[in-house]
Design a protein around this ligand. Structure first.
Ligand code: NDP
Ligand code: PYC
Length: 334
């Protein structure tokens, strides 16, 4: 498929115009558009413009309160609680950011517990900015029940991602972001669209039997956690941190049956931020860089984030890569 390059700012403008046309306030539209364009720019394609039709169908379904602005309960200690009131987690995060920053700089550690929030994106954009300003961040989000525990046939977990970011002297920050399922749901949708089978060990049918057919996984089947029971423990821990702790919904409690077209989980997010300057050693960034070098020298040529930063550099030079089909799809919503 022919690749078309669009300047990042132009992509943000188009996406923002789509969200505004769907009734979102300019500020919310701008946060979502920047987030989605950032994923596309970095080649995080399972959460790039591919998601726009589902954003639109969700906005048209009456699900949640997408225009809602968050309410911050600052508390006095390390924990800041935010009720997103059915709006988007990224907007809640942006709103709470100045206070979170201040707390972490004065106390060494601070956390954000966001509830009643919609999240439909990758979560590295939520943690990477902290690392760019010298801080360390870990975040988890729960989604919708599409993952069975090992041996089961009833989905109970979301695809629940976890992301970590920290500064690394002389290099891009060290950042990883991964689903706790064998595959992100978005990648199953992309495989189905492209008629590709999944790797064995990723999914089951409605009876809990192994399948490599993405259509079976999407229609009555489910995903498996990555790494068997170890991934299941991480998925469950994410339910506990992002939902039980914050006051958000478990993935099993996401009930959009009265909102046909709704596809964006309305759950919770937990974010922990720490200042390495408060740790037990000096030269944190240099130590992370040295460890990365040791890992590469030991044989792991590619570290998380390497591919994304390479794709980003190319996008910033030549424009964000899109297909004609992507542009045609966006034009339908403009
Ligand atoms: P991947 O398996 O594609 O990548 C996971 C991480 O591993 C990335 O940091 C990636 O870096 C790195 N990586 C990938 N391949 C290699 C390799 N061969 N060697 C070294 N590192 C590697 O991610 P997932 O499919 O698990 O998740 C995709 C996205 O889906 C995530 O961004 C996640 O946040 C999002 N998601 C969002 C959900 C939500 O509810 N909002 C739910 C589930 C997933 P790099 O990026 O540089 O390739
Ligand atoms: O790709 O699994 C996924 C996902 C769920 C919610 C947003 N993305």
């Amino acid at each position: 498929m022919t690749e078309i390059r669009l300047p990042f700012s132009e992509l943000v403008e188009r996406l923002s115009a789509i969200f505004v046309k769907q009734g979102l306030p300019g500020r919310v539209a701008s946060v979502l558009a920047t987030n989605c364009a950032t994923c596309q720019r970095d080649g995080a394609l399972s959460h790039g413009v591919f998601r726009i039709p589902a954003y639109v169908s969700t906005l048209q379904s009456g699900w949640g309160s997408p225009a809602a602005l968050p309410e911050i309960d600052p508390g006095e200690g390390a924990l800041i609680r935010v009720d997103a009131h059915g709006g988007f987690a990224q907007v809640a995060l942006e709103e709470a950011m100045p206070l979170l920053r201040e707390r972490v700089r004065t106390q060494g550690v601070a956390a954000l517990a966001i509830r009643n929030s919609q999240h439909f994106s990758a979560i590295w954009p939520d943690v990477e900015p902290f690392a760019e300003e010298g801080l360390m961040a870990l975040s988890v989000v729960n989604s919708m029940a599409v993952v069975v525990p090992p041996g089961g046939k009833t989905p109970v977990f979301g695809t629940n991602p976890m992301a970590f970011a920290c500064p690394r002297e002389g290099q891009a920050p060290y950042v990883w972001d991964q689903a706790s399922s064998a595959l992100a749901h978005g990648d199953v949708q992309i495989a189905a669209r492209e008629g590709r089978a999944l790797e064995p060990g990723c999914g089951v049918d409605a009876e809990g039997q192994p399948t490599t057919d993405p259509e079976v996984v999407l229609n009555g089947g489910a995903l498996l956690p990555f790494g068997g029971y170890k991934g299941a423990s991480i998925a469950m821990t994410i339910e506990i941190l992002a939902a039980a702790f914050t006051g958000g919904a478990f993935s099993t409690e996401v009930d959009w049956s009265d909102h046909p077209g709704a596809k964006i989980p309305l759950t919770g997010q937990f974010l922990l931020v720490a200042d390495p300057a408060y740790g037990g050693a000096t030269g944190f960034g240099a130590r992370v860089a040295a460890l990365s070098d040791t890992v590469r020298a030991a044989g792991q040529e590619r570290l998380p984030g390497d591919r994304r930063h390479r794709v980003r550099a190319e996008a910033l030079e030549k424009g964000v890569a899109l297909t004609q089909a992507d542009l045609d799809m966006l034009a339908e919503y403009l």
